[in-house]
Design a protein around this ligand. Structure first.
Ligand SMILES: Cc1ncc(COP(=O)(O)O)c(C=O)c1O
Length: 386
């Protein structure tokens, strides 16, 4: 018998990979499922980006291997994006690295910095990939609490009580997914001081900074971040390019070259037309985001109404691509999510997918048209079939 590695026995299949199979099965049976579960933007990417992509497919050398660090033009566009939106200057040769999505970056960073047995601080609730990457490397997961009471920010005082001697890395994610919480700069400044004092690499995963936010946040706006932080960014949500697989990493040259060392052994560069098109996207002006956000705002208010009709509580100051709604009744998140799926043909994500601190929450995606959201509202008004 050929057995899989022991690290895989510790790793579960990604929740959505499994659940979406069930949803697809229900659809095949004719169920008119509306998917509010997943954050895959349904809106079209910028037209000029698509045109650039097509044009670049005809360029000489377009189908050859590409540089591990990406095109100069792409790294320049990434730095330009940081300068324009966050007022952060990055060196395009040393402080930025194109990635095939920020999810890839989570694995690469973990491989670049973790030894077996090192400890990693992971948010609960949080994006499940931080955990998975940690486990795949036989590093040890230390989950830290994010709660509504601490406004979904890590409590430095609680972290200081832990044995930190083996902690090497800490994941944070502001604007936060799934809670939609914006960055509290004072708290994050304290966290950076904590990371520095304990030689912990602090990584901010930042794919939602352009969605429904007033202020555009980057960890590098904070004092001292350059010394201990890395930041992942992504074109997936900002430009409706999730399937394109373009993200990037920003940070000091030492950290970036460590990640590049891993990456150059894992892939052989990004398809040339994708790089050209990504550069085009990153150089777009603010009007692109204004148009997107106007649509998301309308959808969000419809989801707030849906939550209201379900007796769920929402934070109207939250940002990002999801509504994180608190269940006030006694049922669990999974029960309520299943009830919506099987009785109303509405797929939402139970908060437990992100950790047990999500046990009383449901997550609704804004990647659904107003028409479909209206339909959800109608379905919820109809009495339950018996
Ligand atoms: C918090 C968070 N980080 C990273 C990702 C991955 O994004 P990408 O498409 O850039 O890999 C997601 C995607 O949903 C996410 O929610």
């Amino acid at each position: 018998m050929i057995s899989v590695s022991s690290r895989l026995q510790e790793t579960k299949e990604y929740y959505f990979s499994k659940k979406l199979r069930e949803v697809a099965q229900l659809k095949k049976q004719g169920k008119p499922i509306i998917n509010l579960g997943i954050g895959s933007p349904d809106l079209a990417p910028p037209q000029e980006v698509v045109e650039e992509l097509i044009k670049a497919t005809q360029a000489p050398g377009a189908y050859q291997y590409q540089a591990y660090k990406g095109l100069d033009e792409l790294r320049e566009a990434m730095c330009n994006f940081y300068q324009t939106h966050y007022q952060i200057r990055l060196d395009q040769d040393q402080e930025v690295l194109p990635l095939m999505g920020s999810k890839e970056g989570i694995a690469l960073i973990s491989m670049a910095f973790l030894n077996e047995g090192d400890e990693v601080l992971v948010p609960n609730p949080g994006y499940p990939t931080y955990q998975a990457a940690t486990k795949l490397l036989n590093a040890k997961l230390i989950s830290y609490d994010l709660t509504q009471e601490n406004s979904w920010h890590p409590e430095v005082k609680a972290l200081q009580k832990l044995d930190l001697s083996r902690v090497k890395l800490m994941w944070i994610n502001y604007p936060n997914m799934p809670t939609g919480e914006t960055a509290d700069k004072e708290k994050l400044q304290e966290l950076i001081r904590f990371a520095k004092a304990n030689s912990i690499l602090l990584v901010n995963d930042n794919p939602y900074s352009m969605v429904l936010t007033d202020e555009k946040f980057s960890i590098f706006q904070m004092e001292g971040a350059h010394d201990v932080c890395l930041e992942l960014n992504s074109l997936s949500k900002s430009f409706n390019l999730a399937g394109f697989r373009v993200g990037f990493l920003a940070g000091n040259s030492e950290f970036i070259s460590a990640v590049l060392k891993v990456k150059s052994n894992m892939d052989s560069g990004m398809f040339f037309p994708i790089q050209k098109a990504a550069a085009k996207a990153l150089n777009l002006d603010l009007s692109w985001f204004a148009r997107q956000n106007a649509i998301y705002k309308n959808r969000r208010s419809l989801i707030w109404d849906i939550c209201d009709s379900l007796g769920l509580e929402v934070n109207k100051n939250a940002v990002g691509l999801f509504v994180w709604a608190k269940i006030k009744s006694s049922g669990s998140a999974e029960e309520l999510a299943d009830e919506l799926l099987y009785d109303k043909d509405i797929f939402v994500t139970p908060g437990t997918v992100f950790g047990d601190n999500g046990a009383n929450y449901l997550r609704f995606s804004l990647c659904v048209s107003e028409e479909k959201l209206e339909l959800c509202r109608e379905r919820l008004l109809k009495p339950k079939a018996v």
